[in-house]
Design a protein around this ligand. Structure first.
Ligand code: NAD
Ligand code: DAU
Length: 355
C-alpha cells in the first residue's frame, strides 16, 4: 500500500510526510516541483528510508502523473501542491492560475482515469484529499460567526480565488464522475520549516537579524492560528474516516490580531535570546503600507471535524509558538540556506515600495 503526496517538500507537506512516517509504515510517494517554496532539506532525515520515494515534477505533467499512478498504485492521494503566498499572488497571479487551477484540473483527470481502471474493491476504498484554505470564504467582520463549511465562497485575492476554483473542480469531479474526494479548509498554520516570507517566520528571522518587523497597516487584522502538526493529524483523520464528498474546516480556535502575534514573538525572543544592549525586539516593529485587498479577519468553526471525526488540536497557541521560536533559534543554518539570492529579490520587491 502507498499514498501519493503532492507538494510534500513544502512547509505543511514536509511536516505531513515526516509525521506520517514517524507513525505509520505505509510508503509515501512524494511528487514535488521544488519551486522556491519546496525544500528537500526538510526531508533529509528520510534520505535512507525506503518508505519515502521522492520524485521531482509538476502536478500538471499528465504523463508523469499517469506513470506514477501505474507504477505505485496508491490507495490515496493527498494534494498540498500550490502557490501559497498571497503577496506573491498580488505581484504575479499567473503561476497561481497555472498550478492551483490548471494543475488541479490535470491531476483530477489523471486520477479519474486511474480510479476508473481499479478493481471494484480498490475503487471503493480509494480517496483523493484536496488540501485547501479558509481564505476561500473571504473576510469576516469582528462580530461575524466563524466560517462553517456552509459559508458562501467569497475569495478576495488572486491566491484565494485560485484555491476556490480548485475546490470547485474537486467538488465537480465528485458530483459528476463520482471520484471519492475529501476537501479540507484550514486556517493559518505555523511551525518548523515555514518559509520566511510568511508572517511568523519572517518576524522571527528579521528580529534576530536586527531588521525591521514590517506590520501591514494597523496590524489589527485577525488570523486563526494552528500549529502545523495539528493540521497534519487532522488530514490523517479526514483521510481515514471522512465522509466522501464532504468538506471539513480545520482550525484551532486561536484568533489573534497580527500585532499581538508580533508582540508575542518579541517577548519570547527577549526571554530566549535577549539582545546584548538590553532593549526589546519590539523596538524593531514598523508599520508599513497595507496589503491591497487585505482580508480583515479569518476564523474557523471547527465543530464538524470534532463532532464527526473526534479531532482536536494537541497544541495551544502558547505551546506552539514557543516551540516554533525555539525551532528557528536551533536551526540558523536552515534559515541561512533558504535566504538565497531569490529570497532577497522577493524581499526588496515586496517591502521596497511599502516603507
Ligand atoms: P508551500 O508554498 O510551503 O509549499 C508548496 C509546495 O508545493 C512546495 O513544495 C512546492 O515546491 C510545491 N509545488 C508548487 N507548485 C507545484 C507544482 N506545479 N507541482 C508540484 N509541486 C508544486 O505551501 P504550504 O504553506 O505548505 O501549503 C500547502 C497547501 O496547504 C497549499 O495548498 C495551501 O493552499 C494550503 N494551506 C496552507 C495554509 C498555511 O497557513 N500555510 C493554510 C491552509 C491551507
Ligand atoms: O488562512 C490560511 C492562509 O494563511 C493560507 O491559505 C496561505 O497559504 C498562507 O500563506 C496564509 O495566508 P495569510 O495571508 O494569512 O498569511 P501571511 O503569513 O502572508 O500573513 C498573515 C497576516 O500577517 C496577514 O494579515 C498579513 C500580515 N503580514 C504578513 C507579512 C508577510 C504582515 O503584517 N507583514 C508581513 O510582512
Amino acid at each position: 500500500m502507498s499514498v501519493l503526496v503532492i507538494g510534500g517538500a513544502g512547509f505543511i507537506g514536509s511536516n505531513f510526510v515526516l509525521d506520517w512516517l514517524a507513525q505509520l509504515s505505509e510508503q509515501i510517494i512524494n511528487l514535488d516541483k521544488l519551486t522556491y517554496a519546496g525544500n528537500l532539506e526538510n526531508l533529509s532525515s528520510l534520505e535512507n528510508d525506503a518508505r519515502h520515494v521522492f520524485v521531482q515534477g509538476d502536478l500538471a505533467d499528465r504523463q508523469l502523473v499517469d506513470r506514477l499512478l501505474v507504477e505505485y498504485r496508491p490507495r490515496a492521494i493527498v494534494n498540498f501542491a500550490a502557490e501559497s503566498h498571497v503577496d506573491r499572488s498580488i505581484h504575479g497571479p499567473e503561476d497561481f492560475i497555472q498550478t492551483n487551477i490548471v494543475g488541479t484540473f490535470r491531476l483530477l483527470e489523471a486520477v479519474r482515469a486511474y480510479w476508473n481502471g481499479l478493481p471494484e474493491s480498490e475503487k471503493k476504498a480509494f480517496r483523493f484529499l484536496h488540501v485547501s484554505t479558509d481564505e476561500v470564504y473571504g473576510s469576516l467582520s469582528k462580530t461575524d460567526a466563524p466560517f462553517a463549511e456552509t459559508h458562501r465562497y467569497e475569495p478576495n485575492s488572486p491566491y484565494s480565488a485560485s484555491k476556490a476554483a480548485s475546490d470547485h473542480l474537486v467538488r465537480a469531479w465528485h458530483h459528476t464522475y463520482g471520484l471519492p474526494v475529501l476537501t479540507t479548509n484550514c486556517s493559518n498554520n505555523y511551525g518548523p520549516y515555514h518559509f520566511p516570507e510568511k508572517l511568523i517566520p519572517l518576524m522571527i528571522v528579521n528580529a534576530l537579524a536586527g531588521k525591521s518587523l514590517p506590520v501591514y497597516g494597523d496590524g489589527m487584522q485577525i488570523r486563526d492560528w494552528l500549529y502545523v502538526t495539528d493540521h497534519c493529524s487532522a488530514i490523517r483523520r479526514v483521510l481515514e474516516s471522512g465522509r466522501v464528498g464532504e468538506t471539513y474546516n480545520i482550525g484551532g480556535w486561536n484568533e489573534k490580531p497580527n500585532l499581538e502575534i508580533v508582540h508575542t514573538i518579541c517577548a519570547l525572543l527577549d526571554e530566549l535570546r535577549p539582545k546584548a544592549e538590553g532593549t526589546s525586539y519590539k523596538t524593531q516593529i514598523t508599520h508599513v503600507q497595507d496589503r491591497p485587498g487585505h482580508d480583515r479577519r479569518y476564523a474557523i468553526d471547527a465543530r464538524k471535524i470534532e463532532r464527526e471525526l473526534g479531532w482536536k488540536p494537541a497544541e495551544t497557541f502558547e505551546t506552539g509558538i514557543r516551540k516554533t521560536v525555539q525551532w528557528y533559534l536551533d536551526h540558523p543554518e536552515w534559515v541561512q540556506r533558504v535566504q538565497s539570492g531569490a529570497y532577497r529579490d522577493w524581499v526588496s520587491k515586496n517591502y521596497g515600495a511599502r516603507s
